[in-house]
Each structure stands twice: as structure tokens, then as C-alpha cells.
Write a protein that binds this ligand. Sequence first.
Ligand code: ATP
Length: 191
Amino acid sequence: MTLKKIGIFGGTFDPIHHGHLILAREALEELGLELVIFVPAAASPHKPDFESAASAVRLEMVRAAIEGEPRFGFDAMELERPSPSYAIDTVEALRKREPAAEFFYLIGEDNVERLNTWHRFGELAKLVQFIVLDRTGRQAEQPYPVIRRHLDISATDIRNRVATGRSIRYLVPPAVEKIIRARQLYREPEK
Ligand code: ATP
């Protein structure tokens, strides 16, 4: 029997963008995953000073972005728990739900260095296979398998572009842009 392979993609997703989506699809194909679950974080323990858009809106954007892709799903559990969100809690909950699955936890290259400071890292590392998403294109050696596809897109840049009146077309799905406009997100320059 082959185990069901599930990818977990945690993030602030403020907003979700084509970098996330293209790399999630790449991971799906390269690792033969059945499903990638996007898990928006309540508040990132790694970005404590960062004031993010309301969690309901970030979730709404994730839903809109993955609509119609049957192999992408989302889970709001981290938004329902008191913050900060810890990956280990999410993984333990998903494992209870899918005891016969093998889990792959996707993280951007920029997070690898701090990974061993994550809450209960030792236990987490036993429960998931970490997969690194290339972010710099520098082909640096990584302690985990890497999805190599360099996409220079960040949520920070998207928020800055909105705040300064520049276009975000082609950086986010049209449905996400529509929500950003309708809810007037990211109008204020970041402090
Ligand atoms: P911000 O610019 O606000 O820091 P972000 O674009 O990094 O946001 P997050 O929601 O923080 O987006 O990202 C979730 C995860 O996806 C993180 O592990 C992050 O490193 C990774 N990630 C985001 N964008 C990319 C990208 N273009 N290439 C590779 N990894 C990415």
C-alpha cells in the first residue's frame, strides 16, 4: 500500500500570490502529492511585529486563489486557535485526521535558517519531511530536498505596490486582486 502524500503550506498569505501557487503546484508534481493544504497563520511567531490583514480576509483570498484546483485545499485551524500559530499543532491535528498519510511541510528558503528554533522542532521534524522552496535562485545547499524554481514574488512587494498605486496584475490571481480592491487592503504604506 502506498501512503497518501499530503503537502502542508503554512504562511501569512497577506496576500497569497502566484509565487506560492506556482511553487505549490511544482511541489505537487515533483513529489507526487495528492493534495496541498494551505494553512494561513493567525500570527506568525516569526513575524511578531508585523500587523497583517484580518485573518478572515487572508483566508478569503486563499480560498479565492485556489478555487477550481481540486488538488489544492485550505484549512482554517490556525485561525481558530489562539495565536501564535505553531506548525507542530497543525501537523498533529492533520495527522489525527489522516493517520495513514505521509506529510511534507513546504517552507521558503528564507525560513530554513531559523527552522530549528520553531516550537518543538525536534518532534515536528519526525512527523514531516521538510521541503524547501527556492527563493533566491542561488542554488545554495540545503539540509532538505529543494523545489527549484525561482520566482521573485513577495507579499511585501505586492503590499508596497498597492500602497504606491502600482499594478499587481500578474502577481496575484484576478480573484485575489478583486478582494484587495473591494476591501481596500494595503492602502497605507508600511511602517
Ligand atoms: P512577506 O513578503 O509578507 O514576508 P511572503 O511573500 O514571504 O510574505 P508568506 O505568506 O510569508 O509570503 O509565505 C509563506 C511561505 O511561502 C514562507 O515559507 C515563504 O518563505 C514562502 N514563499 C513566499 N513567497 C515565495 C517565493 N516567491 N518563493 C519561494 N518561497 C516563497
